[in-house]
Design a protein around this ligand. Structure first.
Ligand code: NAD
Length: 497
C-alpha cells in the first residue's frame, strides 16, 4: 500500500492519555487538527485546560509517591524503557505517518530520522540508568556524607512541533530513567505522536500514571501545566518568547525548576582557505533546508569572506532544485510542507521584509504547490544581507538563508556573536590555528568545524544567551531531572574498652 493509501486509512486518536487511559477533556471540548500537506481534517483533538492538566498531575503525583516507578530498581526501569524503545520501533510506520501528516515533514525523514532517533534516545537513557553511581564526600573520620541523585518528582514537559517525537524523547528519556513521573503537553500543531507514545509506554509495562499526555493550546493547557503548584520542574523546548513566559510562570507559582531549550540564528562562517567550497555549500543547503528549515539549529546566517562570496552563493543557489517542495507522502520528497498557514505567512512576511530592507533574493522567495491546499515555500537564499536586517536578526523558522559578506576574521567573529541567540555555529577553514581560534571565540552551545551535520545522543545539545539553559542529550541531561541529595551519617569513635 502506498503512503497515500495508508494515510487515507489512518484515523488518528486525539484523546488525552491520563493514568494509562484514553480520555476526553473534562468539559468535552476539542479542536480540529488539519494536515499541512493538503489541509485535510485529521480529526478532533482534546482541548486540554486546567481541569485536565490537574487530573494528569494528580495521576503523575500518585505514581511518583507510591513508588511504582521511582521505587523500582534501576535495572527494572532500564528493562522497561528498552521495551518502550522496542515498541516505538515496532510502530515505526504508524508513528512516521502520524508525524508526517501532523506537521508536514517528508515521510522518508520521519522513517529514517525521527522514529529511530526517538527510540534510540529512550533506549540510551534506559541503558544508562543502572550505571550511574552516587558519591561519598572526602569528609573527616567521624562522619559519612553520601551524595545521591534523587528524581525531582513530577516533571512537566512542553514541546514544539518541528520534531515532535524527538523533542519529547529528549525530555522523556532522562526524566523517566531517573524515576520521575511526566505530564507532557505537545504542540497543538503536532499532538498525535506524543499521544501514541504514551500508549506504547503503557504497553511496554511502564506503570499507568508515570507518563501522561494532555494536548491543548499553549495559553490554556501549557500555561496550566507551567503554573501548577504540584509540578516540580518544567522541561521546555520552544521559542524564546514562550521560554520567557516559563520563567514568569515559575516565579508566579512554586519556583519550579525551568529548563529552556529555545530558538537560534546559527552562524555559518566560511573562510577562503577552506579547500572544498562545493562540499561546504552542499552541507549548508542540506542542513538549512532539512525539515523545511524548521530546525532550531538551522545555519540560517551565513558569513562568507568577500573573496569567495560570489562563487559560494552561486553554489548554494545551485543546490536549491534538490529541495523543491513535494508531497511529504511521496517517498522521494526531501522538502515537505510548512507546519500551518500561520507559520507559512510568518515566513513569507520575513521574505517580504528582507526584500524591503534591500537584500536580494537569489533563488526562491515564493509560495509553492498552492493548488495542493497545503502550505509550501521554495528554498530561499538572500544575498546582500546586513546583520541588522530582520532576516539576519530574527529566527525565521522556515527555508530562508541569509548571506552576509565579511572582510576580516575579526569582523566575522564580531558579526557571528552579534546575536541574542547562541545555539550553534560553525567555522570552515583549513588553517588549524584559525579554526581553533574562531571556534573558541564563537559564543554558542555547539560549534562545528568543517562540517555541520554531526549529531549523537552521546553529546549535549543546548544553547547560551537567549537560546536557553541546561542541556538535552548525553548524561548531562540527568542534571535537569535529578536533585543532588546529601545524607550525613555520624560515625561514633570506638568506645574505650
Ligand atoms: P512555541 O514557543 O510557540 O511553542 C512551544 C510549546 O509551548 C508548544 O507546545 C506551545 O503550545 C507551548 N506554548 C505556547 N505558548 C504558551 C504559553 N503562553 N504558555 C505555555 N505554553 C505555551 O514554539 P513553536 O513555534 O512550537 O516551536 C518553534 C520554536 O522551538 C523555535 O523557536 C525553535 O528554535 C524552538 N526549538 C528549540 C530547540 C532547542 O533544542 N533549542 C529545538 C526545537 C525547537
Amino acid at each position: 500500500m502506498s503512503w497515500h493509501n495508508k494515510a487515507a486509512a489512518l484515523k488518528p486518536d486525539g484523546r488525552a492519555v491520563i493514568d494509562g487511559q484514553r480520555v476526553a477533556a473534562a468539559d468535552g471540548e476539542t479542536f480540529d487538527k488539519h494536515s499541512p500537506i493538503d489541509g485535510r481534517l485529521l480529526g478532533p483533538v482534546v482541548r486540554g485546560r486546567s481541569a485536565d492538566i490537574d487530573a494528569a498531575v494528580k495521576s503523575a503525583r500518585a505514581a511518583f509517591e507510591d513508588g511504582r516507578w521511582a521505587g523500582k530498581p534501576p535495572a527494572v526501569r532500564k528493562r522497561l524503557l528498552q521495551r518502550f524503545a522496542e515498541k516505538i520501533l515496532a510502530a515505526k510506520d504508524e508513528l512516521a505517518l502520524l508525524e508526517t501528516l501532523d506537521m508536514g515533514k517528508p515521510i522518508q525523514h520521519a522513517l529514517a530520522v525521527d522514529v529511530p532517533s526517538a527510540a534510540r534516545c529512550i533506549q540510551w537513557y534506559g541503558e544508562a540508568v543502572d550505571k550511574i553511581y552516587g558519591e561519598i564526600a572526602p569528609t573527616g573520620p567521624n562522619a559519612l556524607a553520601l551524595i545521591t541523585r534523587e528524581p525531582v518528582g513530577v516533571v512537566g514537559v512542553i514541546v514544539p512541533w518541528n520534531y515532535p517525537m524527538i523533542m519529547a524523547s529528549w525530555k522523556l528519556g532522562p526524566a523517566l530513567a531517573a524515576g520521575n513521573s511526566v505530564v507532557l503537553k505537545p504542540s497543538e500543531k503536532s499532538p498525535y505522536t506524543a499521544l501514541r507514545l504514551a500508549e506504547l509506554a503503557v504497553e511496554a509495562g511502564i506503570p499507568p500514571g508515570v507518563f501522561n499526555v494532555v494536548p491543548g493550546y499553549g495559553h490554556e493547557a501549557g500555561e496550566a501545566l507551567a503554573l501548577h503548584m504540584d509540578v516540580d520542574a518544567i522541561g521546555f523546548t520552544g521559542s524564546t518568547r514562550t521560554g520567557r513566559r516559563m520563567l514568569e510562570y515559575a516565579s508566579r507559582s512554586n519556583l519550579k525548576r525551568v529548563f529552556n531549550e529555545l530558538g537560534g540564528k546559527s552562524a555559518f562562517v566560511v573562510f577562503p582557505d577552506f579547500n572544498d567550497i562545493p562540499r561546504c555549500a552542499k552541507t549548508l543547503a542540506g542542513s538549512m533546508f532539512f525539515n523545511q528549515g524548521e530546525s532550531c539549529n538551522a545555519p540560517s546566517r551565513v558569513l562568507v569572506h568577500e573573496a569567495i562570496a560570489d562563487e559560494f552563493v552561486a553554489l548554494v543557489a545551485a543546490q536549491a532544485p534538490r529541495y523543491a517542495p513535494g508531497n511529504p507522502l511521496d517517498a522521494a520528497t526531501v522538502m515537505g510542507a510548512i507546519v500551518d498557514e500561520t507559520q507559512m505567512n510568518t515566513v513569507l512576511g520575513f521574505i517580504e521584509a528582507g526584500r524591503n530592507e534591500g537584500a536580494t533574493v537569489v533563488t526562491g522567495g515564493v509560495r509553492a504547490r498552492q493548488e495542493s491546499g497545503g502550505f509550501y515555500i521554495e528554498p530561499t537564499v538572500f544575498d546582500g544581507v546586513a546583520n541588522n536586517m530582520a532576516i539576519a536578526r530574527e529566527e525565521i523558522f522556515g527555508p530562508v538563508l541569509s548571506v552576509i559578506r565579511f572582510k576580516t576574521e575579526a569582523e566575522a567573529v564580531q558579526l557571528a556573536n552579534a546575536s541574542h541567540y547562541g545555539l550553534q555555529a560553525s567555522v570552515w577553514s583549513h588553517d588549524i590555528n584559525r579554526a581553533h581560534r574562531v571556534a573558541r571565540a564563537l559564543r554558542a552551545g555547539t560549534v562545528h568545524v568543517n562540517q555541520y551535520d554531526e549529531d549523537d545522543i552521546t553529546v549535549p545539545f543546548g544553547g547560551v544567551k537567549q537560546s536557553g539553559n541546561g542541556r538535552d542529550k548525553s548524561l548531562h541531561a540527568f542534571d535537569k531531572y535529578t536533585e543532588l541529595k546529601t545524607t550525613w551519617l555520624r560515625i561514633d569513635p570506638a568506645a574505650a574498652e
